[in-house]
Ligand binder design. Structure first.
Ligand SMILES: CC(C)(COP(=O)(O)OP(=O)(O)OC[C@H]1O[C@@H](n2cnc3c(N)ncnc32)[C@H](O)[C@@H]1OP(=O)(O)O)[C@@H](O)C(=O)NCCC(=O)NCCS
Length: 162
């Protein structure tokens, strides 16, 4: 697997992963019917946001991540990041590889820490992955996420120093 910076040409592959994840409404605070244009504006936002793609040996896009300052100005030394892996490739180590890559990039870019603002508490795969990469749950915002089958569930704020 190759992880490299995303280009505009990568958008169709990213959208094919992004669209079903947003539509499922289980893991991201995004409109389930988000337009392609709005999704692209988020994921391929200009610098200082940076997007990467994970490609398999055939060159297919199997995952993507983006990293950005969590706040502006005096808060800009703490990074945040978002991750999406193709559902039919989940559980095969793509998310972990993207997580390792983004943490290394954030560290070398001089960020002091990384914060995830809204990890859905029922998203066990993500919560366990972030814990195994050194993140802790700082707080859980109760009933902040309307899950399509579990009802109102919490959003974790997860954090690790770099
Ligand atoms: C969450 C996501 C990024 C994980 O990516 P992935 O490629 O499936 O994850 P990996 O195969 O690298 O698994 C990494 C770790 O997740 C955990 N994990 C994986 N599947 C799990 C499951 N079914 N239950 C609990 N933990 C699980 C394990 O700790 C695993 O590590 P290990 O296999 O080395 O023990 C991916 O599933 C995804 O894109 N989900 C939809 C969008 C999303 O939730 N994004 C993150 C929002 S915070």
């Amino acid at each position: 697997m190759l992880i490299r910076d995303a280009t505009n040409d990568d958008w169709p592959g990213i959208w094919s992963i992004f669209r079903p994840i947003a539509a499922a409404g289980e893991t991201y605070c995004l409109p389930t019917d988000i337009s392609e244009e709005a999704a692209r504006a988020i994921w391929l936002a200009p610098s200082p946001s940076r997007a990467v793609v994970a490609l398999d040996d055939d060159g297919a896009t199997v995952g993507t991540a983006r990293m950005y300052p969590n706040q502006m100005g005096p808060g800009a030394h703490v990074a945040s990041a978002s991750f999406m892996v193709a559902e039919d490739r989940s559980g095969a180590g793509v998310g972990r590889a993207l997580g390792d890559h983004v943490l290394a990039r954030a560290r070398s870019a001089g960020f002091h820490a990384m914060q995830f603002n809204a990890v859905v508490e029922t998203n066990r795969r993500a919560v366990e992955l972030w814990r195994s990469l050194g993140f802790e749950i700082l707080a859980t915002i109760p009933e902040a996420f309307a899950h399509p089958s579990a009802g109102y569930v919490g959003l974790h704020v997860m954090y690790r120093r770099l």
